[in-house]
Design a protein around this ligand. Structure first.
Ligand code: ATP
Ligand code: MG
Length: 387
């Protein structure tokens, strides 16, 4: 019996003239993600991507990897057979044996994409459903909510039988909508923010600010681990590691303590934007959520990014912490995020941070600093880590 994966596409099918480009990108992403699991023929026909193993491989691993590729709404692990009713029935009994034995209710759904096939969809359902019922009399038919939903697809290339498809990751193929730079801290929010934007078809690079020796080598490792987890969805990415100690010390020594966090965050945005532009990114992404902390009031967000020319995407802006945590658990970053290593944001934090800052006060305070030189020095000393 020949096993194959049939991948059903999401929003791509609405893409009109660009559709071919999206499909190609998606196939490339799939190939990259399963490259070490065996040899595969990957092609697109009739709005479905076929992943056909060319030899031995563990299909469960392949399915697992593909479940994190954006652009796919469902993954059907199918058995292929000849386009005749006997072969379809036999394949269903062999391929779905365990499921047919353990389920209590079932239903057969048929789709005849090859209109030259002599039986129409309802006839296929009736005949295959009837014969399966005869063979497994313990099963009863449930058309509304069957435990086992068997699908028969008669396509141009062959017939396919599968049951209970697995949901895909949704969204659009990474890279189809360009590239953006994610400001990645060690916290819960920023990996989730990166995941959400990547889901819209955007490839990512990470930017992390660290303040050695105030923050440890272990804190940096934690960020790399988070980037690795996000890259299960995005594919290969780089993280720029920006040394931030000198800037933080300068701000501490020369500016009003109440403004420390905001001035620091303005430096982050300046540096991130420069690195982003150099690396062909069209936007910045942060994990800011409205009102979560003093530096995330509307006034604070306004001054933080006032110098940015790139759009600043804040996908978790309207989400509660609880909602963000649900996603971080789903994408498996939560346990890493809560490891207790310090972030540069928690170094020198003011006792009374301003929640309603005015841009003019920040600009006045920043005249004490040589902004361009500090930014330049940080960028020159930035190291890139490949994930
Ligand atoms: P997170 O949970 O992602 O750390 P947070 O709730 O701790 O977010 P802040 O520390 O105020 O919030 O940071 C807000 C956003 O600023 C982060 O989501 C991230 O995008 C960015 N950021 C904060 N610290 C850093 C850092 N050290 N390096 C890169 N980006 C950072
Ligand atoms: Mg943080």
């Amino acid at each position: 019996m020949k096993e194959i994966l049939l991948l059903k596409l999401g929003e791509i099918v609405l893409k009109g003239l660009n559709r071919g480009t999206f499909e190609k990108r998606l196939m490339k992403n799939i190939a990259w993600r399963i490259r070490d699991l065996g040899e595969f023929k990957i092609y697109c026909m009739q709005s479905t991507i076929y992943v056909e193993p060319q030899g031995e491989c563990d299909m469960s691993y392949v399915e697992e990897r593909i479940s994190r590729v954006f652009g796919i709404v469902s993954i059907c692990r199918a058995a292929e057979c000849e386009k005749n009713m006997d072969a379809i029935f036999l394949t269903a009994t062999e391929f779905l044996k365990d499921k047919l034995e353990s389920a209590k209710t079932f239903k057969v759904d048929a789709k005849r994409a090859d209109k030259s096939f002599p039986k129409k969809s309802p006839e296929i359902c009736m005949e295959i459903g009837g014969k399966l019922h005869d063979l497994y009399p313990h099963l009863s038919v449930d058309v509304k909510n069957p435990e086992l939903l068997i699908k028969v697809e008669v396509r141009d290339r062959a017939a396919f039988v599968h049951a209970n498809p697995r949901p895909g990751a949704g969204g659009m193929p990474v890279g189809a909508n360009g590239r953006a730079a994610l400001l990645l801290s060690g916290g819960i929010d920023s990996p989730v923010a990166g995941y959400m934007i990547a889901k819209r078809g955007v490839s990512l690079m990470g930017i992390h600010f660290f303040s050695y020796p105030y923050t440890s080598e272990r804190a940096k490792q934690k960020v790399i681990e988070l980037a690795e987890k996000v890259s299960a969805y995005t594919g290969k990415m780089y993280v720029a590691m920006v040394p931030f100690t000198k800037i933080q010390e300068e701000i501490r020594d020369k500016c009003d303590e109440d403004l420390f966090t905001l001035i620091m965050r303005r430096f982050m945005m300046r540096i991130a934007e420069k690195i982003a532009i150099k690396n062909d990114c069209k936007a910045l992404i942060t994990g800011e959520s409205l009102g979560q902390v003093a530096s995330q009031t509307m006034e604070a967000l306004g001054v933080t990014a006032s110098m940015c020319t790139l759009p600043v995407l804040r996908p978790v802006i309207g989400m509660d912490k609880e909602e963000i945590v649900v996603i971080s658990r789903k994408i498996d970053t939560f346990e890493t995020s809560i490891l207790p290593y310090e972030d540069c944001c928690t170094v020198f934090t003011p006792k009374h941070p301003k929640t309603k800052p005015r841009l003019c006060d920040l600009e006045a305070a920043e005249t004490a600093l040589d902004i361009d030189a500090l930014v330049e020095e940080a960028i020159v000393n930035t190291e890139f880590v490949e994930i």
